[in-house]
Design a protein. Structure first.
Length: 409
């Protein structure tokens, strides 16, 4: 009955969100021609010399095969309302290794409604993919919002099993005066695993509520105070895990193209039978957007939930950098690096170091036809608990058809 109740809950949430969207759109939206539909079709090849990040060289699995990716960006924009729906499917077919074949489904959505003094919005994301790819933190150079960078992977990159993940994140802001506003943001994750042995990965839910107060000191500087409460529930944990935190931050525009945000605080995790000091949390984020350059750099220390059945503290560094080299060629560099430890500073089998370096080269044959080459080098080290570290070299070559998409950097 648990699965049925969750299924009904998800359908209810989607129904409510669709109702909110339709009710918020103007009646003459179709006549106003404010909808855009941008399909993208990608066909490519992939090679990975250690697809499961196995530390034993005699058990490394070389994979090579063909990938198909179909996506459509559905966009709506008006002076008060914006909406993005991005459904996509990825089909993976590997030579002589059908156990790794998969059809993965994704949905990204972002809705925002602006009123005179208030703002209402939400994200709804859905992933259904193999555990091998879902539990591996891959660099994505298309991410421009640091809140979209995932941080719930466990690094347990198995050759079997599937993962279904929902993220529902509504938010609300209200303008108290010309210089101050309050807000609330709720972030809910629900993850379930299928065909995974018991004890390796466990179904879990992670709910987090943030209350905020922001005040502007000038046209370029804003500071804020944030209160946080969270509840993590896992099938591997006999009791729910609660957490409470407080933080302060500043948002400053260095120029029209460059922005920096910094936050510092702490979060106290209440786990039954354990006593530990609160963990320091915080982040520093730099974004820069020029005509030929796009940069996102972030250091973040956060308390995260995941499929391991417990919450952990993660120190991470994320870098997304793209540059247009000429009218037809652009290049990119991405970095995902983090260190994961048990809350309270204790050591456990969940401690690990992870680094991925990602480089890409894009060649625009025309506006609609694109060739993209990607290389990723990944290293994962779980310390003495699992022996030697594992590394992987992954190469992808994509042929892209995007008839209505404006070329990006």
């Amino acid at each position: 009955m648990k699965i049925n109740r969750l299924y009904i809950l998800r359908l209810s949430v989607l129904g409510v969100l669709c109702t909110v969207i339709l009710a918020s759109l103007p009646a003459n939206s179709v006549l106003a021609q404010e909808w855009k539909f941008e399909p993208v079709l990608r066909v490519g090849g992939e090679y990975d010399d250690n697809s499961t990040l196995d530390p034993r060289t005699d058990q490394e699995v070389d994979l090579s095969g063909v990938l198909l990716n179909a996506r459509v960006d559905i966009k709506y924009a008006s002076p008060a309302t914006s909406l993005l729906l991005q459904p996509s499917v990825v089909s993976r077919n590997y030579n002589d290794d059908s156990v790794f074949d998969s059809d993965d489904y994704f949905l990204r959505s972002n809705f925002r409604r602006q009123a005179t003094k208030s703002t209402l919005g939400f994200r709804v994301n859905f992933d259904q993919q193999s555990v091998r790819t879902g539990e591996r933190s891959d660099s994505d150079l298309d991410i421009e919002d640091p809140d979209e960078i995932p941080n719930d992977d466990t690094g347990r990159v198995l050759r079997f099993g599937d993962r279904t993940k929902w993220r529902v994140s509504p938010y609300w802001e209200y303008q108290l005066s010309k210089v101050s506003k309050i807000g609330a943001n709720f972030d809910y994750f629900d993850v379930q695993y299928d065909d995974v042995f018991a004890g390796i990965l466990a179904d879990y839910s992670d709910a987090r509520l943030d209350l905020s107060y922001r005040r502007s000191f000038s046209n370029v500087t804003t500071w804020g105070i944030f209160l946080t409460g969270r509840r993590y529930d896992s099938d591997n944990s006999p009791e729910e895990i609660d957490g409470y935190g407080v933080s302060a931050g500043i948002d400053h525009s260095l120029s029209e193209t460059t922005r920096v945000r910094a936050m510092i605080g702490f979060e106290d995790t209440d786990e039954s039978g354990t006593e530990s000091d609160p963990d320091v949390t915080g982040s520093v984020t730099l974004t820069r957007n020029l005509e030929t350059i796009r940069l996102l750099a972030q250091y973040r220390r956060s308390v995260n939930g995941g499929g391991a059945g417990r919450v952990t503290v993660r120190d991470s560094f994320n870098l997304n950098f793209r540059r247009r080299l000429s009218e037809r060629i652009s290049a990119g560099l991405g970095v995902r690096a983090y260190q994961t430890k048990e809350t309270g500073g204790a050591s456990s089998i969940e401690d690990r170091d992870y680094v991925q370096l990602h480089s890409t080269l894009v060649w625009y044959l025309t506006r609609s036809f694109v060739i993209e080459a990607d290389y990723r080098y990944t290293v994962q080290d779980r310390g003495d608990a699992f022996g030697e570290s594992a590394n992987s070299n992954q190469v992808n070559l994509w042929f892209v058809y995007q008839p209505k998409t404006i070329p990006k950097i």
